[in-house]
Write a protein that binds this ligand. Structure first.
Ligand SMILES: CCCCCCCCCCCCCCC[C@@H](O)[C@@H](N)CO
Length: 340
């Protein structure tokens, strides 16, 4: 007889122990996800819900049988068109086992003073019902290199992408936290961007405002511990929306080249993906393989959503970092070439 007597059982024991250990670590470390089970008990408020990703979020919420939805946007004409379209859609939704979703609209400039926004939201809530789920989809993008970015654009990016979120969360968080239960949690969705995970050439102002949302949500997540209110932050790549067409005007070629690598997603797939993540109680929503790598390489000290991400971050973090360094070299190479 040749060779060691016990190799196979030994390997099996080591493997089983490792899997059991990983399982145990995951069970202790992974937060238990609270799913939203009863959409019919919800009143969702969606910012930017009259076009682009926000509009697809509204459509998805209607198809889930949400009770009430309030769409917040500035443009009154767009809002009433959306209200008409969605009311018809809600009434024609197939397999209705509940009353069609009621669509409210609220025309509001979210860059106004805090007090004005608070008064308008409180008045709306008093006339309708308490908000149980908040979807923050409003935002805009400016793509210019730093030397071409007017100083005011840093303020406008922070205003439309960051303060819109912090203002509404400040106003609604007490009632959101109070309205959730462990079997039907309330929820907040914050829309960041893949450019809120890595700095991208031409996005000094935009990336900064989207990075701010990541820091804000990491801190807020801790404050929500023990409350029946989920927080999801989404990092979409380029998405085919009217806003994307607008931002492309004057966008540096290098920016286009870099972000095109992650593809152009439909507003429907991004909107659906975001609502799905909220419904399942995920903390993070990323899109595609690039999004997956980006999320895991930039995870830092944040929470882990699932076993797959846990294993990748803990055991393959070094490999991902190496791939990230290679991407960094490539992006710098593209920028250098353009500079010449
Ligand atoms: C470890 C591997 C890292 C993989 C890196 C992949 C980089 C992919 C870069 C994606 C950029 C997407 C930028 C999205 C910008 C939009 O938010 C903006 N155009 C708004 O519409």
């Amino acid at each position: 007889m040749s060779g060691p007597a016990y190799p196979l059982p030994l390997i099996a024991v080591i493997l089983s122990c490792s899997i059991a250990l990983i399982g145990l670590i995951c069970a202790v470390l992974l937060p238990s996800r609270r799913k939203i089970r009863d959409w019919q008990a919800t009143h969702c408020l969606v910012t930017g819900g009259s076009s682009g990703i926000g509009k697809e979020v509204v459509r998805n919420l209607i198809s889930r049988g949400g009770k009430e939805i309030t769409i917040v946007a500035r443009n009154k004409a767009k809002l009433s068109a959306a209200q008409k379209e969605f009311t018809t859609y809600a009434r024609s939704r197939p397999n209705q086992s509940s009353a069609p979703t009621v669509i409210h609209v609220l025309s509001l400039d979210l860059s106004l003073d805090f007090g004005v926004i608070e008064e308008s939201i409180n008045k709306h809530v008093a006339e309708t019902s308490a908000i149980t789920n908040l979807f923050l989809c409003a935002g805009s993008a400016l793509a210019r290199v730093a030397t071409d970015t007017p100083p005011t654009s840093y303020h406008s990016m922070m205003s439309s992408n960051f303060y819109t979120c912090t203002t509404l969360i400040k106003i609604l968080l007490p009632s959101l936290a109070a309205s959730g239960t462990s079997s039907n949690p309330s929820s907040i969705l914050i829309t960041s961007s893949a450019a809120g995970q890595i700095g991208i050439y031409g996005y000094t102002a935009y990336s900064a405002s989207k990075f701010a949302l990541k820091g804000y949500s990491d801190a807020l997540r801790l404050e929500l511990a023990g409350k029946a209110c989920n927080l999801t932050i989404a990092f979409p790549p380029n998405t085919d929306t009217p806003g994307f067409e607008e931002e492309n005007k004057g966008k540096p070629e290098v920016t286009k080249y870099i972000e095109d690598g992650a593809g152009l997603w439909t507003a429907e797939s991004v909107g659906d993906g975001m609502v799905d993540a909220v419904a399942k109680g995920y903390g993070f929503k990323y899109f595609g393989v690039d999004g997956w790598m980006l999320h895991n390489v930039t995870a830092g000290m944040g929470e882990v959503d699932n076993v797959g991400d846990f294993v990748v971050q803990v055991f393959f973090g070094g490999l991902l970092r190496f791939i990230g360094i290679c991407y960094g070299w490539m992006f710098r190479g593209i920028a250098k070439k353009a500079a010449k």
